[in-house]
Design a binder for this molecule. Structure first.
Ligand code: ADP
Length: 396
């Protein structure tokens, strides 16, 4: 069975074609600046990389280019686009409608459309991707895999905000959580490594990339997660502030005369590591600056690790214990120093870092010593594989 995974952003298309018998990636690609001047695309299959500067006016054209790459006489991996058995689409927000992946039909598309106010930047391009695929592959079944679905297992006490209840009823204001596909994949993976079932262990999953969230997974069910109504809440991120006192918004508005949109922009795009360090949103740049003695870079890194440690403590308490803490995504998989700094706070849990094991990037491995009461793992995430598995599960 061949499954195509599609991840459509507002001006981008990421895709992977997988053979689900072997779970091998047959081809993958990334089209950027779709609908904008200067489009370019990269495609890779069988170790051969192809670059294109073809202008892509919309996602349909990007998908056509993908189809051309996939079926090309020289670099192609299939003869005909109809050899694709199913398409799995990443959809960011499913609101309260979806606690699982679903086969896409008119009703599902309508429900995704209804969630646009909750994810105005993500759901419209996700829908665009679905509709463009339907035009190119009208007979191929499609599945929607939602970032929010895994978190729908949370209890009300975890997902409600303590604001007047009517706003939840009227507008659905609540914690939804994001990175659900990744948290689900890595928690299942770690259970597999430990030769146990995910519903027998308590896991704290730290998905730390440019965007970052932590998830408390109590015996397979999400107990809590750090992102909320939007991906702004929780950890210190590349450019996002994470948790702040909401009164700061009015205070800033009074002092600087900014309107609400300007403040929203500051909190989303100019805060976090970038805002504190004044250097970059990328941990590598900040670590470099710190090593050259930059004090703001040092502070940004301290705040970053401290917030992660604080959430781990909160979630260990909320679950009345934890068996495994795991790190994933760009920083989680590669940030040796960040992991070390976070783990330095966790001695009270009986977490003892094995510095030698931690000196590794992008590899699945345990990084705690054998006498550590709680195990810490680095688990590379694979959202595309998870989407492909969910798709196969529904179609296959
Ligand atoms: P997102 O998907 O949220 O955009 P990623 O998961 O790709 O982000 O993570 C990107 C971040 O990972 C970069 O901003 C950088 O801070 C971090 N990163 C990538 N490689 C390394 C590395 N070798 N060492 C430390 N941090 C790294």
């Amino acid at each position: 069975m061949k499954v195509l995974v599609i991840n459509c952003g507002s001006s981008s298309l990421k895709y992977q074609l997988l053979d689900m018998q072997t779970e091998k990636v047959l081809a993958k690609g990334y089209c950027q600046k779709v609908g904008i001047e200067g489009s370019f695309s990269d495609h890779e299959a069988n170790g051969v990389k192809t670059h294109s500067h073809r202008q892509l006016k919309d996602h349909k054209q990007a998908l056509k280019l993908m189809s051309k790459f996939l079926t090309d006489k020289k670099i192609g991996v299939i003869f005909n686009i109809n050899e694709i058995d199913a398409v799995g689409h990443r959809v960011v927000h499913g609101g309260e409608n979806f606690s699982h992946s679903v086969i896409i039909d008119g009703k599902v598309k309508e429900a995704i459309r209804e969630c646009i106010p909750l994810a105005p930047l993500h759901n419209p391009p996700n829908l665009m991707g679905i509709e463009a695929c339907e035009r190119i592959m009208p007979n191929t079944p499609m599945v929607a895999v939602f970032d929010t679905a895994f978190h729908q297992s949370m209890d009300k006490k975890s997902y409600l905000y303590a604001i007047p209840y009517e706003y939840y009823e009227k507008y659905g204001i609540r914690r939804y959580g994001f990175h659900g596909t990744s948290h689900k994949y890595v928690s299942n993976k770690v259970a597999e490594i430990l030769d146990t079932k995910v519903d027998e262990i308590k896991v704290i999953s730290c998905h730390i990339g440019n965007g970052a969230s932590i998830c408390a997974i109590n015996k397979g069910k999400v107990q809590d997660t750090s992102m909320g109504l939007t991906p702004l809440e929780g950890l210190v991120m590349g450019t996002r502030c994470g948790d702040i006192d909401p009164a700061i918004i009015k205070f800033l508005s009074d002092k600087e005369g900014y309107n609400i949109h300007k403040i929203d922009d500051i909190l989303n795009k100019n805060s976090g590591l970038l805002g504190v360090s004044g250097i970059s949103n990328d941990i590598r740049d900040i670590e470099q600056a710190e090593s050259e003695g930059n004090q703001r870079a040092k502070l940004a890194l301290e705040m970053f690790a401290y917030r992660v440690a604080k959430y781990i403590g909160a979630y260990a308490a909320a679950m009345n214990g934890v068996d495994v803490v795991l790190f994933t995504a760009g920083v989680g998989e590669n940030g040796i120093k960040v992991r070390e700094e976070v783990c330095a706070y966790l001695g009270y849990l009986g977490i003892y870092l094995d510095k030698e094991a931690n000196d590794s990037r992008g590899k699945l491995k345990e990084i705690t010593t054998s006498d550590s009461k709680v195990k810490v793992f680095v688990v590379p995430t694979d959202e595309e594989l998870m989407i492909a598995r969910e798709t196969k599960g529904l179609i296959g």
